[in-house]
Design a protein around this ligand. Sequence first.
Ligand code: BV8
Length: 239
Amino acid sequence: MQNANLKGSIVILTGAGISQESGLDTFRDTNGIWNSVRIEDVATPDAFRRDPARVQAFYNARRRQLTSGAIQPNPAHLALAHLEREWKGPVTVVTQNVDDLHERAGSGGLIHMHGELLKVRCIRCRDPFAWTDDLTTATACPDCGLVGTLRPHVVWFDELPLQMERIYQELEGCVLFVSIGTSGSVHPAAGFVQAVRQSGHARTVELNLEPSQAASLFHEGRYGPASDVVPAFVAELLG
Ligand code: BV8
């Protein structure tokens, strides 16, 4: 990677793999979340209609883990925040993750395309707001007072991811697209590398534990644990 002639904006897509070494399970690895619970039972609007208590319990357990104090940003999250501070141009992290590890590491230009585990919203009355406790079907909305209308501010399958227009604008204008810790199984995120390659001359790099399903679509791939590979890549970028 020749950093000398690289000037302009960088877009970084992250997935569950960047948080794995912080202690959060991924979704499709051997001990992945979707190997112990079915997407159809806990991560679709239908599941929420059918059995809201089950869906709330699934997110309560993940929210409790994330706020337990045991889960901290790792060197990969910190390296991306460092890159954003030192790079002479915009750096946007588009994350599929619903954890807050990028924020806690200091990333500012951040888009949570699949929502945020530490926010909830009332399906009746209001925008998302911070929430770190359990949520049950008996929890009343603090604004409208209705019970049973609060849901995690998370994008389920068959729901439209957030800020897609802004994401595609960033993808079209970047000079470097880096995909970190994602299997490339979930759309539309899995298609971002093609969008970048169709729209211009940006370099595309995959940093992952192992080649993802989309590996062949990238100009370059570097493989190993994110907490090793990402800081090394950022150091090289910053020369
Ligand atoms: C939508 C929030 C339409 C929930 C999530 C086109 C083709 C095929 C299917 C579709 C398509 N278009 C749409 C679909 C349907 C669907 C989809 O893609 N299905 C797939 C599974 C077949 N997509 C949707 O439904 C999306 N919505 O398209 O809406 C629409 C249009 C108009 C109007 C209304 C609707 C919505 C998708 C969002 C779903 N929500 N997250 C939650 O978190 O509970 S997505 C879910 O997968 C996860 O949350 C995660 O964010 C995401 C991606 O997973 P990864 O992050 O990649 O994690 P994974 O475990 O898979 O991989 C981890 C990687 O890390 C591995 O490669 C591993 O090797 C690596 N790794 C592990 N350890 C390390 C590491 N790397 C480095 N270091 C390590 N230490």
